[in-house]
Design a protein around this ligand. Structure first.
Ligand code: GAL
Length: 678
């Protein structure tokens, strides 16, 4: 099967909810879609109640009419299954299928979100509706792909209902085989949790104090697997009728409950929803993380931006509207990082309901509006850069992103509540982004040998075999940089024997005797050991390091670790491993990373402030996507042809403030011998 749907050009369009509108509006919609260059719409994700009007009784009449209309106007359909929003009759008939929160609240109706993922009635119902849709529309010429459910695990993933408890027990029996093994893995001797009967093992509901972290970690794993099983049930129901690609929309860097590495293995093509965090003045860096992560979990292949917004959303504390040009910058930033689609939530702004203040391609103001004019212009832009489709982003650097480790770190009673994997990943990624170094994300178990540099910002949980993989990577010539609070526990959230970080000692030449968290607002000074004039600033966290092999690059001048090593560098085999035991401020991290780059042979690019450049490579050429996030014009050195303006860039190329260029370049390919991303 060709995993890319049959769409002519970069996919452009968005969620379309015509069931919210009278028929007459549909005619206007398709006419305006044509004007905007829309070629794909996602339909049906929230229409279960209008499709299966009573259990087993389907009304496809409106969808038949709609798909014929769309097809006659050259707009293809990404057909969604509506299982993120079961109808009123379903919950009335099967009240036991309602989700229950950790504190025992039974979820009500009138909103959206899946039913209890372990409920046999819910599972039967989702297969029936997916099967019915696929049977009816598999051959419809408008339907080019399938969109199962909507953002799995959001807004509620974990379910503490009796159904879920029974399924959790069965899952644990499969995982551990015996109660003895479960007692050992969970360390149930602590606080007298020892089990003699499987029936006594329960979901980790709210309890008088903190619940066993190993139990909670397993419950997160179980939840993710149960939800994925629901996806697979629907996908397989569709595949019985159709060979068109099946996806479900991820929320990379916005929702952490789904292990996207595992999810990506189940979909035919990876797709992602991304919304800017309005409170972040540099939200485009969070966007870049999401896009790189999406591409990475998909093995480097082109992916689909399934949703983003034309302007403000409606669910953040302050829903900042996008400035003129920002929608195009965001869209092309995703394309630069590997998306062959630019899709939005949603086509037409809703008059009714919860999302009426959310922006859309066609806003409440209608077609004579700034947003719609920019939407039409973006449609033209995407046609001009069509040749970029199918090309790949190549990276020399990997940043580890391990959902299991994040889940474990997020549990209660860690040494400091200021520890944050999100913040750590962002700090290191941001440094690389500012240095214009493109990265892939990876797991510690991956073959990392293609990367010159591997950055490990937040790897609290590290399996012994994965630590061995990282040690081997260094031994064979790689450069590794590990940030604090790493390799603390194994897969059961049990501390590694012999002290913190012992599994990485072979490559790092250092382990951690004691964690030394700081009080809120306390700061520290570090000194470069061979240049005491050179000082670094840090806060939040220090460690008492035991150096067994490494060179001490910097030490603590003051704070709880005063006089002790803070940053180390170790030659191991033919590679080098760095350890940074504290939270450095941005300038200090820049300083350390420039020394790390030198070891790795990675070259940062100096570009004008606020300019982002990403390159896609392929048979049709090398494409430099240059985005100027600043207001001032920037001069770049590129040779080639700007597909947007048609201008030839002959060395110096002027990129106006706020604008984007896509230059098919004749510059040398800087990565001639590198394969695609992970
Ligand atoms: C997404 C969701 C859409 C819409 C959008 C609004 O998370 O999939 O259905 O609600 O948010 O930003």
């Amino acid at each position: 099967m060709n995993p890319w749907p049959a769409i002519d050009g970069i996919a452009y369009g968005g969620d379309y909810n015509p069931e919210q509108w009278p028929r007459a509006t549909w005619e206007e919609d398709v006419a305006l879609m044509r004007e905007a260059g829309v070629n794909l719409v996602s339909v049906g994700m929230f229409s279960w109640g209008l499709l299966e009007v009573r259990e087993g009784i389907f009304d496809f009449s409106w969808m038949d009419e709609l798909f014929d209309l769309l097809h006659s106007h050259g707009v293809s359909v990404d057909l969604g299954t509506p299982t993120a929003s079961p109808p009123a009759w379903f919950f009335a008939q099967y009240p036991d299928a309602r989700q229950v929160t950790r504190d025992g609240t039974v979820m009500g109706f009138g909103s959206r979100g899946m039913a209890a993922h372990s409920s046999p009635e819910y599972r039967r119902a989702i297969v029936r509706v997916a099967d019915a849709l696929a049977e009816r529309y598999a051959q419809h010429p408008a339907v080019v792909m399938w969109h199962v459910h909507n953002e799995y695990g959001v807004p509620v993933g974990e379910d503490y209902s009796p159904r879920s408890a029974a399924a959790f027990r069965a899952w644990l029996q499969r995982r551990y085989g015996s109660l003895e093994a479960l007692n050992a893995a969970w360390g149930t001797a602590v606080w007298g949790q020892h089990y003699e009967e499987w029936e006594h093992v329960a979901v980790p509901a709210v309890a008088p104090s903190v619940v066993n972290p190993a139990q909670r970690l397993d419950f997160v794993r179980f939840t993710d697997e149960q939800i994925r099983e629901c996806f697979v049930l629907e996908r397989d129901a569709i595949r019985r009728h159709s060979d068109k690609p099946v996806t479900t929309n991820f929320m990379a860097n916005q929702h952490w409950g789904s292990d996207l590495w595992k999810w990506a293995a189940e979909v035919d093509l990876v797709s992602d929803d991304h919304y800017l965090v309005a409170a972040d003045p540099e939200a485009h860096i969070g966007l870049a993380i999401a896009a790189d992560l999406t591409r990475s979990v998909g093995g480097g292949k082109p992916w689909m931006l399934m949703e983003h917004s034309t302007s403000g959303v409606n669910w953040q504390p302050r829903n900042v509207a996008k400035r003129p040009g920002e929608m195009a910058r965001n869209s092309l930033a995703h394309v630069g990082r590997g998306s062959d689609a630019v899709l939005f939530f949603q086509w037409r702004a809703a008059r009714h309901g919860q999302e009426k203040f959310h922006s859309a391609m066609l806003p409440h103001a209608g077609k004579d509006s700034r947003v719609f004019r920019e939407v039409v212009e973006l449609g033209r832009t995407l046609k001009r850069i069509d040749a970029i489709r199918g090309t790949r982003v190549l990276a020399d650097v990997a940043v580890l992103w391990d959902f299991e480790s994040f889940w474990a770190q997020d549990l209660e009673w860690r040494p400091s509540e200021d520890l944050s994997h999100q913040e750590q990943v962002r700090a290191y990624y941001e440094r690389l982004w500012r240095d214009n170094i493109t990265v892939d994300f990876a797991l510690p178990s991956h073959d990392l040998s293609r990367y010159r540099l591997v950055v490990v910002p937040s790897q609290y949980l590290l399996r012994a075999e994965d630590a061995a993989n990282l040690n081997r990577y260094v031994e064979q010539g790689g450069t590794l940089v590990v940030s604090y609070f790493a390799a603390v526990v194994d897969e059961h959230d049990a501390v590694h024997p012999g002290g913190f970080m012992r599994p990485l000692e072979p490559s790092l030449g250092v382990w951690v005797e004691e964690h030394l968290p700081l009080r809120e607002d306390d700061a520290m000074t570090l000194s470069w050991t061979h240049d005491s004039h050179h000082q670094l600033s840090a806060d939040m966290w220090a460690e008492d390091l035991v150096v067994t092999d490494a060179d001490v690059v910097a030490h603590y001048v003051d704070g709880p670790g005063a006089g002790k090593p803070a940053i180390t560098r170790n030659q191991h085999g033919s590679g080098t491993a760095w350890y940074v035991s504290t939270r450095l401020d941005a300038d200090s991290l820049a300083h350390v990373m420039s020394a790390v780059y030198a070891d790795a042979g990675v070259a940062p690019a100096t570009l004008p402030e606020g300019v982002e450049v990403v390159t896609r490579h392929g048979d049709s050429g090398t494409y430099v996507v240059a985005i100027n996030h600043a207001d001032e014009a920037a001069d770049l050195t590129i040779r080639g042809n700007d597909l947007l303006s048609g201008d030839n860039a002959e060395g110096t190329f002027r990129l106006p403030g706020g604008s984007v260029a896509v230059v098919r370049t004749v510059n040398e390919d800087t990565h001639p011998d590198r394969g695609p991303g992970q």
